[in-house]
Design a protein. Structure first.
Length: 559
């Protein structure tokens, strides 16, 4: 089959579906295999669970504490996914991750949609596949938080805006569906993560207008009804949360969350400018080999309106994220749609020797980082069952870079990309399996297993809830054991035993716990012990599970 035949077969919905399928296949293993993660994912999931339990879909809370950091959009989406697939009592994390997987698929589809319309079918489908397979988006696709959904909103908005911009440049009237997509996606991005989507969209509009010395292209955007649509999407909940919290939500979201991230390295996440650029080969893998060609294409074809739009989508937002003191790896994700499109466009013309050589080297660097990360994880935290997964992860990552680089150097860039994408998705799948086997990092699931085997889990109904736990106060444990879980100290753990509730005590609290239990005249029976590494704090923990006096604990309790 020739390239033209393939492009013909992928015209219309088939090509868009293929791009979405790549994102689905790349993101699904993480969704299925990873345990509940600390801290953000489990906080989101627990807050969503409490919405379903209480019926309060306005105020956002984690246990009894307000969680007024992000708007409500992602919680509503997760609640809908859980309601459709099960219920809040089922503590499986997978349903909470479904909106993220869907977001990644929509982002890849939107990228393919605009690429197909502007650059042709083959380029559009490849762009969508590049985006859907990249390590950063496929990782976020399997985590129950905002970033993959925000990516979908921003990519859809920018794709529609690109169609509008190019129509105006061609003296054609913009199509109303494109305007509707832009304003609708913009409104949803605000409902999901506040102003973060605007950090990419508004600078892109400004940079493009200044570069063109023309702001008139914005006039037919439909400002009147468009802003009204955004207000309709965001306004009802914004008013409701303002009333429900007496304005507290906005004070906390702006002064307590957003402002510290802009002012400094919030929550120890500070890093100097340039970090995102250094991480890009890893985060964009397996299409890393096309990064130099993407930059070359952007520079040499910058006078073309479509390429100019992609540059303005990518560069201003990226610079803002680089200059912001607080840095997390996913912050630049909303710009990756432009990067994927530039990479695919680079394939439409011969790639220069320097770009091919540097691309092949960068691919090997990224694969080397994946190997190093895998070796570190397996060496420090793995059980024997992780060896096979780790081997597949490393071999497929190296093969993606080596075979892809070889084909690129031999002037077969499309074959190089397709090979790298296939092997890269396999590597990411195996990496998810490897992480699942790093059991010392999965402390909360091990604790809940001990509780269940000892008939002490609150949902078994054989003991008075809640469970009390010292030191290990991570959201993953709260998510798995319920809203009433008591995060306490040694004194509180001893009191829990005296009240007929199970207690979990960290080794550093053991002496104080024994003294408090003696004062209360209560003794508990140790039914299991879990040791591991709390990656949120960087500390090793050793937790002992105690059954209260009189508890009906099986003789063969968890060991």
């Amino acid at each position: 089959m020739t390239g033209l035949d393939l492009a013909h077969r992928l015209r219309g919905w088939r090509g868009l579906a293929l791009a979405a399928l790549v994102a689905f296949v790349a993101g699904l293993p993480g969704l299925l295999l990873l345990p509940p993660l600390d801290r953000d994912e489990s906080r989101y999931a627990q807050a969503t669970s409490q919405m379903l339990e209480t019926g309060d879909f306005v105020d956002i809370r984690f246990q009894d504490e307000p969680r007024w950091k992000k708007p409500v959009g992602i919680y509503w989406m997760q609640a809908a996914a859980v309601a459709v697939t099960g219920n809040a009592e089922n503590r499986a994390i997978q349903p909470y991750r479904l909106p993220s997987l869907l977001g990644a698929m929509i982002a890849a589809l939107a990228c393919a949609w605009v690429g197909t319309a502007v650059f042709g079918t083959r380029t559009g489908v490849l762009a969508g596949a590049i985006l859907g397979a990249c390590f950063l988006l496929s990782t976020e696709a399997g985590i129950a938080k905002t970033d993959a959904v925000l990516m979908a909103c921003v990519t859809a908005a920018m794709a529609a805006l690109m169609r509008i911009y190019l129509a105006v440049r061609a003296n054609d009237p913009p199509r109303r569906p494109h305007k509707l997509i832009f304003w609708g996606a913009l409104g949803l991005s605000i409902l999901v993560k506040g102003p973060i989507g605007l950090v990419v969209i508004l600078p892109a509009i400004l940079a493009l207008s200044v570069w063109d010395r023309d702001f008139l292209w914005l006039k037919p955007l439909g400002w009147g009804w468009g802003l009204a649509l955004v207000a309709l999407i965001v306004g009802p909940w914004a008013l409701a949360i303002t009333v429900a919290t007496d304005g507290g939500f906005w004070r906390e979201a702006i002064a307590g969350d957003l402002a510290p991230k802009v002012a400094g390295g919030h929550e120890s996440h500070g890093a100097p400018p340039g970090v995102y650029l250094l991480l890009l080969p890893l985060l964009f893998f397996p299409a890393t080999l096309l990064l130099p060609a993407s930059i070359s294409t952007a520079w040499h074809r910058r006078t073309e309106p479509a390429i100019r739009f992609l540059i303005c989508w990518l560069v201003p937002g990226w610079l803002i994220f680089e200059l912001t003191p607080t840095k997390l790896v996913h912050y630049t994700l909303p710009t990756f749609g432009a990067l994927a499109l530039l990479a695919a466009v680079a394939l439409t013309r011969p790639i220069g020797a320097l770009s091919r050589r540097v691309g092949a080297v960068l691919g090997l660097v990224a694969a080397g980082l994946i190997v190093a990360i895998t070796v570190y994880g397996v060496s420090n935290y793995a059980t024997s069952t992780a060896q096979t997964w780790a081997a597949i992860t490393m071999v497929s990552a190296v093969a993606a870079a080596a075979v892809g680089g070889f084909l690129l150097l031999n002037k077969a860039p499309v074959a190089a990309l397709v090979t790298a994408l296939a092997l890269g998705v396999l590597s990411h799948t195996a990496l998810s399996g490897t992480i699942r086997q790093l059991r010392p990092l999965a402390i909360a699931p091990q604790l809940t297993k001990v509780l269940k085997e000892a008939n002490l889990h609150p949902r078994q109904g054989l003991t008075t809830s809640p469970v009390a736990i010292t030191t290990f106060h991570e959201p993953s444990f709260v998510f798995l054991t319920g809203r009433t879980t008591q995060l306490t100290d040694a004194e509180g753990a001893a009191r829990a035993l005296s009240e007929g509730r199970p207690a979990i005590v960290e080794a550093r609290d053991a002496e104080a716990f024994a003294q408090a239990a003696a004062r209360l005249g209560v003794t508990g029976r140790a039914v299991g012990e879990v040791s591991g590494h709390n990656y949120s704090t960087g500390d090793d923990v050793d937790l002992t599970v105690y059954a209260p006096p009189g508890a009906d604990v099986p003789v063969e309790g968890a060991q």
